[in-house]
Write a protein that binds this ligand. Structure first.
Ligand code: AMP
Ligand code: ZN
Length: 476
């Protein structure tokens, strides 16, 4: 069965499939604006895109994932000037920080990560094509605007009432649409090229219309065209980007190329909230990954908390939510420790990437996989995982093997890792294996073997503390 996902444009659940003439599934995601640390609201969106990509890959689809870096806009220019740095140095610093956080949170690096600045020639070429085709005009100051009334189906993504377009000057998150700019013919027309202003400092580029810089929307149109072509399979971003950013991307690309069907599928994720309000840099109500690590949480726990709600429902962030994530991961670890000896795997084999490739079956985790395939229902998937974990059944070794492989594949799709930091990093493989064997012996009521294994552990300087549902290994 293919993966089904809700599509913002058609408002339907639709299958995600590779086009017969394409080698891979082209996925474009709007990336971060690098003028400060990304907050965990941003990461909710990036992690959900990562889980979608991993789910497609687990279903056998080859994905080409493009996620840009917005390294030129009002905020980056303002930030660079305030820091007394060049725009390139300033944005590189925040890009490096973003990459560090992405790695810690288990995000797969995109196959292509284009930067807006190095794609200015492509943006200029696209603006020229739009002027030539009668979809854009040059204002007196040398700025260039997109003529919204020239695009007959403008508004199709966000289902805008075109008769109300003249008054539409807030975006889908209710923020002002920068309606104060230059001499536009209509309040709805948006900037493709912004003429130079003294507050831009040294940050300007030449163009046929004089020095200036590109508008924000055109960068994603130019970069997706460059790396995925005029039409591609899926476009993603937070729900605030639906209007006007994505609407404008569609209008720019379709009008510049004359080809309809920019992105076949639109994937918008709902916001991470703090006390009912969107987490955002401008509101200052944010948490960064670093702040949560300082509070003692691991990135893996943060990731779990951020994916625990459905992507189409806003998620309220609380520290209690990350504590719950910690308990859930610990419960999974205990279950895995119990079942590994029955399956004949060690912890090291479980965390090795190969284990999920050993079998194509999902064992008792088939319903959890089906939940993921059905509109990326991650809370449903986690619920199904814990249904299995709570079952009292004793599987045979063959069943246990299937279960272990099924769970390992699911964790791979979710991008979650067990036995990180606290356990696996500290406990040598040899000790972990002795622990698993001793637990299995005790479960099998082979107390002589269990005693011997406890002595073996002790000889290596480790003790094993038993609980009702598992055990901990501690250095003596
Ligand atoms: P930005 O760095 O502001 O360009 O945003 C990068 C990505 O994060 C975009 O896809 C935004 O839609 C998304 N985003 C921003 N704030 C939130 C939030 N509170 N919850 C979820 N996604 C967000
Ligand atoms: Zn974008």
């Amino acid at each position: 069965m293919p993966v089904f996902l809700h599509d913002t444009m058609s408002r339907e659940l639709r299958p995600l499939l590779t086009k017969p003439d394409k080698a891979s599934f082209g996925m474009y995601c709007c990336g971060p604006t690098v003028y400060g640390p990304a907050h965990i609201g941003n990461f909710r969106t990036f992690i959900l895109q990562d889980v979608l990509r991993r789910t497609l890959e687990a279903s056998g689809i080859k994905v080409k994932h493009v996620r840009n870096i917005t390294d030129v806009d009002d905020k980056t220019i303002r930030g660079a000037l305030a820091a007394g740095q060049s725009l390139a140095t300033f944005t590189q610093g925040w890009t490096d920080k973003f990459h560090k956080d992405c790695t810690a949170l288990g995000l797969l690096p995109p196959h292509i990560e284009p930067g807006a600045v190095v794609h200015i020639p492509q943006q200029v070429a696209m603006i020229e094509a739009l002027i030539k085709r009668g979809h854009a005009y040059v204002a007196k100051d040398g700025s260039v605007y997109f003529k919204v009334c020239s695009c007959s189906d403008y508004g199709k993504l966000s289902h805008l009432d075109r008769s109300k377009l003249q008054t539409q000057d807030t975006n889908s998150a209710g923020q002002a649409n920068d309606a104060d700019e230059y001499d536009r013919e209509s309040a709805n027309d948006f900037a493709l090229w912004k003429a130079y202003k003294p507050e831009d400092g040294e940050n300007f580029w030449p163009s046929p219309w004089g020095k200036g810089r590109p508008g924000w929307h055109i960068e994603c149109s130019a970069m997706s065209l460059e790396h995925l072509g005029a039409t591609f399979d899926l476009h993603g971003g937070g729900v605030d980007l639906c209007f006007p950013h994505h609407e404008n991307e569609i209008a720019q690309t379709e009008c510049a190329t004359g080809i309809k069907g920019f992105a076949a599928h639109w994937f918008h994720s709902a916001h991470l909230l703090v006390e009912g309000d969107k987490m955002s840099k401008s509101k200052g109500n944010l948490y960064t990954l670093e702040q949560l690590i300082e509070k003692g949480f691991t990135p893996n726990e943060v990731r779990y908390a951020l994916i625990s709600g459905h992507y189409r429902t806003p998620l309220n962030f609380t520290l209690h939510g990350v504590e719950n994530a910690r308990s859930a991961i610990a419960k999974l670890e205990r279950w895995v420790d119990r079942i590994l000896p029955v399956a004949g795997f060690s912890r090291a084999e479980f965390v090795a990437p190969q284990v999920h490739e050993l079998q194509t079956t999902w064992g008792r985790f088939a319903p959890a996989w089906e939940a993921l395939q059905n509109d990326l229902n991650i809370p449903g998937c986690l619920g199904q995982i814990f249904t299995v974990v709570g079952e009292r059944e004793d599987p045979t070794p063959a069943q246990a093997r299937q279960d272990v492989c099924g769970l390992a594949k699911l964790l791979q799709a979710l991008g979650l890792v067990l036995f990180v930091a606290k356990a696996e990093a500290a406990i040598p493989v040899e000790v972990a294996e002795l622990g698993a064997r001793r637990w299995a012996a005790k479960q099998g009521k082979d107390f002589a073997a269990a005693d011997q294994l406890r002595k073996d552990l002790s000889a290596l300087g480790w003790t094993m503390l038993d609980r009702k549902d598992g055990y901990d290994l501690k250095k003596a």
